[in-house]
Design a protein around this ligand. Structure first.
Ligand code: ATP
Ligand code: MG
Length: 393
């Protein structure tokens, strides 16, 4: 079957009034972006409350559907066949051919649902429904009409051309990226943070990212891995501005001055602080991390209290209640898992204490941090100043 277009279905709830235009325009933009890397020429149009992807050249069907299935805001993708308007008799023949090609000779129930986007068509919708239904029954006697719960809902839309479709492939749901502000993702090379970025982007939030790199303790390969993860997140979230912060000096300084069992917490607090600097600078409305309660020592409720305390922006932790296995499944589904498990070192594991505190006390942590007073502000400034920004897309 040769599909010449896709009708894009999107959720209607909560997009009334002015929001509707913003939602639709953002969706069109994201669809165009998503199709950029797909071979073929496409035109994305919005008319009368519908979004169509018209295929203007040869294209790869599977690749196109996969790309559309990554665009948040889409709930369904209907592959459409175009036929020229060459009179009703001809339309009847085309519809029967469509039904035969799509469903072969397996008995099914169906209902025709005609819609006239062009009101000068000589028949009204009711007439088209019953006439086409009759023609299908004559040609395919094993089919039955069911107007309440048909197995096949055959849509026939009369436009300049006539559009025929009946299949709906699932979309990812969510809201188009760009409809809900922007957030700064703390992106490590692990399994969790890319999934966290995906989940926030799914709610329409644009994502920028920050990665704390600690050469020579973390290698170029570890950095490349994070860039690759950012690119994978960008397939859903659109281009991601990735800030690569050189964190070595700060990490070493904390290691020298503070109790080793508090290293991870204190380091995490400085990560948050620096991430927040870039968040404000780029007009992000919050931070995002891949933390989940109790997963490791630095993610107990006590530890989260300590890392949270340093931030003034809200910190979103979309994985907070998920088990590792659930996160792994999501990582596999969105295509980040393979990269995440590459065995390159992370700056958190390089200096990690054998017995990190699991119930840090904020006052104790703050007292330890006073030992950093001499140089830390200057080091944070230096880290910010030397940060490298790249676009992952
Ligand atoms: P992940 O799989 O996301 O690395 P993790 O289980 O390894 O998570 P931690 O190392 O405790 O957990 O990190 C918790 C969160 O802190 C991460 O999800 C991420 O958001 C952030 N984070 C940790 N290390 C870095 C880093 N080097 N650069 C940027 N963010 C980081
Ligand atoms: Mg990690």
């Amino acid at each position: 079957m040769e599909f010449k277009a896709f009708l894009i279905k999107y959720g209607e709830i909560g997009i009334k009034g002015k929001n509707r235009h913003l939602f639709e325009d953002a969706l069109v933009k994201q669809i165009r972006h998503g199709l950029k890397h797909v071979e073929g020429q496409f035109e994305v149009t919005k008319e009368q409350g519908r979004i169509y992807v018209e295929c203007l050249s040869d294209y790869d069907y599977e690749e196109t559907v996969t790309a559309l299935q990554r665009v948040f805001g889409i709930v369904g993708i209907c592959p459409v066949v175009h036929v020229e308007d060459e009179g009703f008799e001809e339309l009847g023949r085309q519809v029967i051919q469509y039904m035969k090609e799509m469903y072969g000779d397996s008995p099914k129930t169906f209902k025709v649902n005609a819609r006239r986007a062009r009101k000068n068509y000589p028949m009204n919708s009711m007439e088209i429904n019953s006439e086409l239904g009759g023609k299908i029954l004559d040609a395919m006697e094993y089919m039955k009409v069911d107007v309440h719960k048909p197995e096949i809902l055959l849509h026939v839309e009369i436009r300049q051309k006539i559009y025929i479709y009946s299949e709906i492939l699932p979309g990812p749901g969510g809201m188009p990226v760009g409809t809900n502000g922007k957030a700064m993702l703390l992106l490590s090379g692990g399994i969790d943070s890319p999934v966290a970025g995906y989940m926030v982007a799914k709610r329409g939030v644009k994502i920028d990212a920050v990665y704390f790199h600690a050469p020579p303790y973390t290698s170029e390969r570890a950095k490349q891995k994070v860039i690759d993860l950012a690119k994978q997140v960008a397939k859903y979230a659109g281009p991601v501005y990735l800030h690569v912060v050189n964190f070595t000096d700060i990490q070493m300084y904390i290691y020298d001055k503070c109790p080793h069992e508090e290293l991870t917490i204190i380091m995490r607090r400085y990560m948050m602080k620096i991430a927040e600097h870039f968040a404000y600078e780029t007009k992000c409305l919050g931070l995002v991390t891949g933390e989940s309660i109790g997963q490791v020592a630095s993610q107990t409720m006590h530890s989260l209290l300590c890392t949270n305390e340093i931030c003034t922006l809200p910190v979103f932790r979309p994985l907070i209640g998920m088990d590792k296995q659930e996160i792994v499944e999501r990582a596999e589904q969105i295509g980040t898992f393979e990269t995440s498990i590459l065995p390159y070192e992370d700056c958190c594991t390089t200096f990690v204490a054998k017995h990190p505190v699991t119930k840090p006390n904020l006052n104790v942590i703050k007292r330890s941090e006073t030992r950093l007073e001499e140089k830390i502000d200057q080091m944070v400034e230096e880290a910010i100043r030397t940060t490298e920004v790249m676009i992952a897309e």
